[in-house]
Design a protein around this ligand. Structure first.
Ligand code: IFM
Length: 482
């Protein structure tokens, strides 16, 4: 494998041969057809109807209407030239009440999708759970209940037996941190509960569900490559003051180590178990044998990276403000007693997320050094910006191109440093339903006109097509940002 340049003036950075380029979406964010062909109700159908939960009262009822426009979207993927497409299966489409027999019409939809990808030589990368839990399971306690892990295992079996022959790469869960801590802790996501004890229990049950899915996938699919996708970040202290260092460690514990440690070391981090000791039921739901299931070998890790954070202890917020820093007024998790700090001069996306590509390189190197050398796929990376269709009918999203270029270059840095990164998926193929932000945040490399459902490729689509074709990226121009 050679990643070296061919001449001193050549600014391109070739990726290793066979590097997998892809793009990603998720069921609730794009499919629509919420009540068609026997689909059941998910927690997001319910949550999005709660007044004030989602900006402008948006729901995923229609979304990008991908359910009816699948062929058009498959053609876009073919035009893009990617080798892989990451999508998720909607549990309530396949098993409407979360238990019992499969809904064949739901499975047929994913069969058509997988066949359409195969016909176009695009590898399906299937995520089994991207947040759309069947509502009847939530009514029985959702991820706070151990029983949901067995329901998940049954559902995985249905999907694996139906699609297993044509799907090799399986992702059990997408970002279980969001499902547990945003869904049951901060209440920002469905089911909208604010209870730290429940969030911790959900954290464990989601990982247990991942563990239970592994042997099912391996027995149903001969050549299955099984992994999990985590949203991980590079969380740094705002200063070397011991209180800030400890604050960053707590954030790292909650966001990164509560997932990486059990999966790769077979144990939860002790500082986090101590931190949540009084939260009920919290991690008291752990039973003998659970961690062995969670720590079973997997074939790859999916990493979703968007932004870094700088944190200080909340007791130091006033001092930081007086010193001229912009300090967040509150944190979604008051128990962590932290505040995040803006890095002066750093650009942000429309999500208000700081742009810092080298945080991705550091994160990947840390995973290699502290956890494993398994293949890593960047299963999501991308940015929302305030795109618009200009008078010439084009979307010139140059800021997204710059973001992607910097981050892909950061992935290259990690490969140069010996990290085993084997693929990269842009989030997202299409503008879509961005959870509590509704349709107000556009992440796509394809513009979607939501009133009509029309698609229009953005400049970033062409730029990514070019990158995929060349299997290389140019050195980023703004790597010097603070
Ligand atoms: O849109 C989400 C996706 O569903 C999960 N990862 C982060 C993306 C951007 O917020």
């Amino acid at each position: 494998m050679s990643t070296t340049r061919t001449s001193p003036l050549d600014l391109t950075r070739p990726f290793p041969p066979g590097f997998l380029w892809g793009t990603a979406t998720a069921s609730y964010q794009i499919e629509g057809a919420a009540t068609e062909d026997g689909r059941g109700v998910s927690i997001w159908d319910t949550f999005s109807r709660r007044p004030g939960a989602v900006l402008h009262g948006d729901t995923g009822d229609v979304a990008c209407d991908h359910y009816h426009r699948m062929n058009q979207d498959l053609d876009l993927l073919e035009r893009l030239g990617v080798g892989a497409y990451r999508f998720s299966v909607a549990w309530p489409r396949v098993q409407p009440s979360g238990s019992g027999p499969a809904n064949q019409r739901g499975l047929d939809f994913y069969r058509r999708l997988v066949d359409g990808l195969r016909e176009r030589n695009i590898e399906p990368t299937l995520t089994l759970y991207h947040w759309d839990l069947p509502q009847p399971l939530e009514d029985r306690g959702g991820w706070c209940e151990r029983d949901t892990t067995d329901r998940f295992a049954d559902y995985v079996d249905l999907v694996a037996r139906s699609l297993g022959g044509d799907v090799e790469r399986w992702i059990t869960l997408n970002e279980p941190w969001c499902s547990s801590w945003l869904g049951y802790g901060a209440g920002y996501h469905a089911p909208g509960i604010r209870d730290i004890g429940k969030a911790a229990a959900a954290n464990h049950h989601l990982l247990l569900a991942h563990g239970k899915a592994i042997p099912i996938l391996r027995s149903a699919v001969d050549s299955a490559k099984v992994g999990i996708t985590l949203n991980l970040g590079d969380h740094r202290p705002g200063s070397d003051h011991p209180l800030d260092v400890a604050a960053a460690r707590r954030v790292d514990g909650n966001l990164n180590r509560l997932f990486l440690d059990p999966i790769f070391h077979g144990e939860y981090p002790q500082d986090m178990l101590d931190h949540y000791a009084s939260a009920q039921p919290g991690f008291s739901v752990i039973q003998d044998g659970d961690l062995a299931l969670i720590a079973q070998p997997i074939d790859f890790l999916g990493v979703n990276y968007y932004f870094p954070s700088t944190v200080i202890d909340e007791s130091r917020a006033t001092e930081a403000r007086l010193a001229g820093y912009v300090v967040a007024p509150e944190d979604p998790f008051p128990d962590l007693k932290v505040r995040s700090l803006e890095t002066p001069g750093r650009d942000k996306t429309a999500m208000d997320w700081e742009i810092h590509a080298s945080g991705l390189t550091s994160l990947l190197m840390r995973i290699r050094d502290e956890y494993h050398s398994l293949p890593i796929y960047i299963t999501e990376n991308g940015a929302a910006f305030d795109d618009y269709v200009d008078p010439n009918g084009q979307v010139l999203d140059l800021n997204r191109i710059a973001y992607l270029q910097e981050h892909i270059s950061a992935v290259h840095d990690a490969i140069d440093a010996g990290v085993n990164v084997q693929g990269y998926f842009v989030w997202s193929l299409l503008d879509n339903f961005e959870w509590s932000f509704g349709y107000s945040r556009r992440f796509g490399i394809v513009w979607v006109d939501f009133p009509t459902g029309d698609r229009l490729t953005k400049a970033s689509f062409d730029w990514y097509h070019d990158t995929v074709q060349k299997n290389s990226v140019e050195y980023a121009t703004s790597v010097g940002s603070p």
